[in-house]
Design a binder for this molecule. Structure first.
Ligand code: SR1
Ligand code: MG
Length: 420
C-alpha cells in the first residue's frame, strides 16, 4: 500500500474535483490519467461513503472511495473518518492473502480519507442481483474459500502468536465495532429509534424479544464478537458487500470456453479481529433473507435453490481450511485432532451470527433491500419468515449446527411463515 504525498485536504470530493484530485495523486498515474478523465459517476449507495467510478480516454478505470464524516442518511450521526485507514489495512492484508477475491488497493490518501481501488463495473452487487432474480450460486463457494484463506492466514495458525498479536493491536476498529455491537447484537432486542417494522410484524418482534433462549444465544454471540480475536474479519460481509460477475453458461459458473466467474468482497471498513464465524454468518443470514423473499413471492423452487447456498458456503470454507491446515506455523499441540473442534466451533458461531444478522436486517437500522422492496403484504410474510428462520439458526444449532442439518429446518420455518 502506498500513501500519497499530496491530497486536496480532507474536503469531500465531487464529480467536478475528481480529475484534479487524481492528477495530484502521482502514485496513480500508471493506473489512470487525471488529465484525460472522460467520465466520473458517483455511485455510493451504502450508508457511509462517497464512491466514484472514474474512466479515462484510454478506457482505463479506477474507483475512489471517500468516507463521509457522518451516516449518509443522518448528518447528526457522526462517523470517524479514520475508518478509511482501517479499511485500507484490511483490504491490503486480505488482498495479499487472496487476490482472487479482493479488489486491488492502488493507493490510500490518509488526509482526504480516499481509497483508490480497482474498477469493477463489469461486476454487479450480489444483493441487487439476488433481488432481481439472478442467483449467482457459484458465489457462495467462492466466498467460502475467501473466508477460509483470509481467516486461516490471519489466525494463530497462519501467523503464529507474536505476529498475530501484533496485527490484532494494529487493526483495532473501536468505533465501528461498537456500531456492530449496537446494531446487530443489542438495538433490535430493545425499543430503539433505529428500529421499525410494518405493523403486521409487531407481534413477531414481540415474540422474538420475549424468547429467553434466543436472547441468551444472541447475548453469548455478542460476547464472542467482543472477546474473540480468532482472525482478521471483513466485518460486514453481507450480500451488499460482494461483487459478482458470472462466467457464462446456464448457471453462470463458466462455460465450455473456460470463462471463469469472478467474486470480490469489498467494503471492509468494519474489518477487525473477531470470531471467524461472524463473516460466514453474515453471508449465511443474508442468503436466508434472499430465500425468504423468494418464498414470500411464491417461488418455492427458487427458495429451495437459495436455501442450499449456505451449505455450499460452508463446504467450500471447510474444504479450503482443511487444505490449509498442514501449512500451520506450529503443531506442538495443534495436532490434527484439534482441527475438528476448531471447525465445530466456527460452524456453531456461523449459525448464531446468521441469526443475529437476520434479525437486525428485519428489525433494526440498515434493513435488507431484498425485503424493503416488497409490497407491504408480502414483506410482512417475508419478515416473519426471516425472524422464524433466525430462531432455528440460533437455537436448533445447539442440536446440530451443520448447515445441511439446519437447511431443511430453516426451509420449513420459512414455508410455514409465508403460508400462515
Ligand atoms: C451506521 S452503519 C449501518 C450499517 O451499514 C454497514 O454496511 C453495516 O452493516 C452497518 O451495520
Ligand atoms: Mg458497507
Amino acid at each position: 500500500m502506498t500513501a500519497s504525498t499530496t491530497s486536496v485536504g480532507d474536503e469531500l470530493l465531487t464529480a467536478e474535483t475528481v480529475p484534479a484530485y487524481l492528477s495530484s495523486r502521482r502514485e496513480l498515474a500508471g493506473v489512470i490519467s487525471g488529465s484525460d478523465v472522460v467520465s466520473v459517476e458517483e455511485v455510493g449507495d451504502g450508508n457511509l461513503n462517497l464512491v466514484f467510478i472514474v474512466k479515462d480516454g484510454s478506457g482505463r478505470g479506477i474507483v475512489l472511495k471517500q468516507s463521509l464524516p457522518h451516516v449518509r442518511t443522518d448528518p447528526d450521526w457522526p462517523m470517524t473518518r479514520e475508518r478509511s485507514t482501517r479499511e485500507a489495512t484490511v483490504l491490503a492484508e486480505h488482498h495479499l492473502i487472496d487476490p482472487e477475491h479482493v479488489p486491488t488497493l492502488y493507493g490510500y490518501d490518509p488526509i482526504g480519507h480516499v481509497l483508490a481501488i480497482s474498477e469493477l463495473s463489469d461486476h454487479a452487487v450480489w444483493r441487487r442481483e439476488l433481488t432481481e432474480g439472478r442467483d449467482h450460486a457459484y458465489a457462495a463457494a467462492e466466498l467460502g474459500r475467501y473466508v477460509a484463506r483470509t481467516s486461516f492466514a490471519t489466525s494463530v495458525f497462519g501467523l503464529g502468536s507474536a505476529r498475530k498479536r501484533a496485527l490484532v493491536a494494529t487493526t483495532a476498529n473501536v468505533e465501528l465495532s461498537e456500531i456492530t455491537e449496537d446494531l446487530v447484537f443489542a438495538e433490535p432486542f430493545t425499543d430503539h429509534p433505529h428500529n421499525g417494522v410494518l405493523p403486521g410484524n409487531d407481534d413477531d418482534v414481540a415474540a422474538m424479544r420475549a424468547d429467553a433462549v434466543l436472547r441468551r444465544e444472541i447475548g453469548l454471540a455478542r460476547i464472542a464478537f467482543q472477546n474473540e480475536s480468532e482472525s482478521l474479519l471483513h466485518g460486514d460481509l453481507h450480500t451488499g458487500s460482494v461483487l459478482v460477475r458470472d462466467g457464462g453458461g446456464e448457471d453462470g459458473a463458466g462455460d465450455e470456453d473456460g470463462a471463469a466467474p469472478s467474486v470480490k468482497a469489498f467494503d471492509a471498513e468494519f474489518g477487525v479481529y473477531g470470531p471467524t464465524g461472524f463473516d460466514l454468518g453474515q453471508l449465511h443470514g443474508n442468503l436466508v433473507i434472499a430465500q425468504a423473499r423468494a418464498a414470500a413471492l411464491g417461488d418455492g423452487e427458487r427458495a429451495d435453490r437459495l436455501g442450499a447456498l449456505p451449505a455450499d458456503l460452508w463446504r467450500a470454507f471447510e474444504a479450503e481450511y482443511r487444505a490449509l491446515w498442514p501449512t500451520r506455523v506450529e503443531d506442538r499441540v495443534f495436532g490434527d485432532e484439534v482441527l475438528d473442534s476448531v471447525l465445530d466451533r466456527i460452524r456453531s458461531h456461523t449459525a448464531v451470527f446468521a441469526a443475529a444478522e437476520c434479525i437486525r436486517r428485519v428489525v433494526g437500522f440498515a434493513k435488507a433491500t431484498d425485503l424493503e422492496t416488497l409490497d407491504d403484504e408480502v414483506r410482512v410474510r417475508a419478515a416473519r419468515a426471516v425472524l422464524r428462520a433466525a430462531r432455528v439458526l440460533a437455537v436448533d444449532r445447539l442440536d446440530d449446527a451443520a448447515p445441511d442439518a439446519l437447511a431443511p429446518r430453516v426451509a420449513d420455518a420459512i414455508r410455514s411463515a409465508v403460508t400462515d
